[in-house]
Design a protein around this ligand. Structure first.
Ligand SMILES: Cc1cc2nc3c(=O)[nH]c(=O)nc-3n(C[C@H](O)[C@H](O)[C@H](O)COP(=O)(O)O)c2cc1C
Length: 185
């Protein structure tokens, strides 16, 4: 699969890091793009910086030379993780003036998988209406809401409860988190 991981300036950079850790560039073509504000939040939340596995292709926000800027070469799936309400609103309204937004637009119009992992609380009516628009347009809204019934003991284990659902929706096999009703190994 060709997978584009987009990171924005919402809290939850660890979600992006854990997802990227799970995507093997030997098995998938993995691309990464950061929103304008993402580096500021990454610096706050991942003091060691974002780690990219060998083979992951990083793209600048301003260049439309990235393959997925054209409908002729869309990703099979795009994940915006974590997703700000700003980026979510821009995608919902078809703004596509940088490569991240354009890729989301392309992903939707080419009927590929667009998975948005919003992180905001509480939400207002604008957010809710944007969720509605995006659902109608075919996106998957997968909020960064961790679960606790598996008794996670570390921050990474909490984060993985969300990342596991993202991997499920991507169709990438995952053993990060035990499934409900499944025997522990
Ligand atoms: C420390 C920090 C945490 C933030 N967390 C969130 C958040 O969880 N959700 C959100 O929608 N915006 C959050 N913001 C605000 C966005 O970063 C801001 O609206 C930014 O302009 C979004 O730009 P982007 O969508 O291009 O990344 C946060 C900002 C800061 C400084």
């Amino acid at each position: 699969m060709k997978i584009l991981v987009a990171i924005t300036g919402a809290s939850g950079a660890r979600y992006a890091q854990r997802l990227l850790d799970q995507l093997d560039p030997r098995e998938h073509e993995v691309h990464v793009v950061l929103s304008h504000y993402a580096p500021a939040v990454l610096a706050q939340e991942l003091p060691g910086g974002l780690r990219l596995r060998d083979g992951v292709q990083a793209h600048g926000l301003r260049s439309m030379n990235a393959p997925f800027a054209s409908g002729s070469n869309p990703p099979d799936a795009m994940v915006v993780i974590p997703c700000t309400m700003g980026t979510l609103g821009r995608i919902a309204h078809g703004l596509s003036d940088d490569v991240l937004l354009r890729a989301a637009d392309v992903t939707l119009k080419e009927r590929k998988k667009l998975i948005l992992v919003p992180r905001e609380t509480p939400i207002n009516l604008v957010h809710l209406k944007n969720f509605e628009l995006l659902l109608l347009a075919g996106a998957t809204i997968l909020p960064a809401n961790p679960t606790f019934y598996t008794n996670p003991q570390t921050i990474d284990q909490v984060v993985d409860t969300v990342v596991a659902r993202v991997l499920d929706h991507l169709g990438v096999p995952q053993r990060l988190v035990e499934r409900w009703g499944e025997e522990a190994e």
